[in-house]
Design a protein. Sequence first.
Length: 308
Amino acid sequence: MFTGEKVAVLCGGDGREREVSLRSGAAVCSALSEAGFSADVIDLKKLVDVQKIEGYDGAFIAMHGDWGEGGILQEKLEEMHIPYTGSGPQASELAMNKWNALALFDLHGIKTPNGLLWPVSYDEVIAHLGRDVVVKPSSGGSTVGISILQNVNPLSLSKAAYDARQSYDSDVLVEKYIAGRELTAAVWEHNGKVEALPLIEIVPHHGFYDYANKYTAGATEYIVPAIISPKDTETISAMAVEAHKVLGCSGYSRADFRLSPMGEAYILEVNTAPGMTATSLVPKAANAAGVSMSEFVGEIMRMASCGK
């Protein structure tokens, strides 16, 4: 149990999600102050900047993507013996690599879309995944570099893979497109248990839930709690909790899902440092459970440790 008072809210980075991370950091800092902590935003433009937090009792990680979310920063904080929020190096690295995480979910019976790792031939894609596919970076977030291809052809497939590779220096994943509803489940460790918060259905007004629809106020409707059957709610909540445990996550996480018209739920990915901006999903889910932003981040901060 973290008992310190002076907290460094780590955000920024040098990747595609920098601006979102800065917004998350500002929101978290305000909420921590409301919860009674002495909190400061620390903009980490590069990993070496972590030395700025010497003198702080602990760190709240509000980094998104790249080295800030993928285990490198977490490893550095453990070397410095600084308690920090969220998952440890191994779980962070595993969750960041969607290909590896999905393989682990398959192994534990958590349903995932069929997928292939690029490079792969067009004929293989059609044979294994069909003509409607999603192409995305295996590592990355905020829906950066994702393309949904209906009735894919060789040219559109190659272009989408190139765009995904340019967005993040990572492997590229080609997945079967799952038609249906988009849902997310935030999970937190509360009173010694891993619990799912109320599910959220995500309904963009135009297109799919891309970067613009995520971070533009009013561009997307969020239905919380999601209006789905009790059975589907129970299934998806259980999948999110199991994914959190299988990856070895700590503190909190957020899992994204598709629910097909046939009522089949597929997990897409798990975020170990999900967004915490005014339009982010975790604060919405917590609020639906009667937990304020300050209560939520305060609880997460009190769970901070330096060895996970």
